[in-house]
Design a protein around this ligand. Sequence first.
Ligand SMILES: Nc1nc2c(ncn2[C@@H]2O[C@H](COP(=O)(O)OP(=O)(O)O)[C@@H](O)[C@H]2O)c(=O)[nH]1
Ligand SMILES: [Mg+2]
Ligand SMILES: [Zn+2]
Length: 312
Amino acid sequence: MMRNLEGIIISGVGGLYSVRSDGGEIFPCRAKGAFRRRGLSPLVGDRVSVRPPEAGGKEYFIEEIFERKNSLIRPPMANLETLFVTFAPKNPEPSTLYLDKLLSIAVFNHITPVVVITKADISEELAEAYAGIYRKAGFPVFISSSENGSGVQALKEYIVSLKGICAFAGASGVGKSTLMNALFPSLALDTGVLSEKIARGKHTTRSVTLYPMTELMEGVAPDAYVADTPGFSMLDFIEFDFYTVEDLPHCFPEFEPYLSACRYTDCSHTKESASDCAIAAAVANGEIARERHESYLSIYADLIGKRPWKKK
Ligand SMILES: Nc1nc2c(ncn2[C@@H]2O[C@H](COP(=O)(O)OP(=O)(O)O)[C@@H](O)[C@H]2O)c(=O)[nH]1
Ligand SMILES: [Mg+2]
Ligand SMILES: [Zn+2]
């Protein structure tokens, strides 16, 4: 009998998965029916154990899914380690609410959020202003332009040091594919408005694919992957339900030091005065960016509306 092999699911469509072994071989696999019965389904990003075919057979089966660090429903993937939250200073105009939703989902799921500002050539000034908001919140921030190449090398150096799976999220048209092509030229992703429209028409748009970074860059960790994901779209966030209202304050890392300093232990940090709420005070004196608190208020309203015992 052959020993099981281990690897990472790098793609999965219609119940057929591709598992990449640590040695870099790709195996087409099916999942055992036992997973379905337990309500568990393998996800791209899962580390799995695979049973090779019996003598005479040819089917590989995913037999075990190893413990996940995290899993996301939209996009469907597991074990995301780093999320690059990408936006341009304009063209398209960023929505800080959308960005803060992405950042908070990352924090909640123990994913390292990294802010990447693209198209800095359009407005250095605006790029710096946005960078200020996110640096104050404590996130790593990179400012880049694929047009003139500025900042791309610094981001590349950061990416080379990564372990595990990373992904780029952000609104369409901000320059994600262009930037990924600058970072990983052999990826050769389609860019521009037309490519988006063509991609949307395809059935494959909901699936996630992982690319081994060892095949894209020199000097990266053997377990480093970059995900090409169609998820994290604005549409995914209309009905915001990624965590509960109790989790919300902890999804804004810069709020943490103030949370125990509010007058009332059940403070919602929404409409309390600065004399009662340490968050409100920190916003008033500029220690917390006002834009971040505005996003907090908006997400709070979304999540409160979700409570079953509250009539809308
Ligand atoms: N001025 C400027 N335009 C850019 C930059 N990066 C991308 N673009 C343009 O922005 C458009 C959208 O880029 P794309 O990479 O397809 O965006 P995606 O939808 O986020 O993948 C394309 O027309 C690019 O040429 C940049 O750094 N500066
Ligand atoms: Mg794109
Ligand atoms: Zn408070």
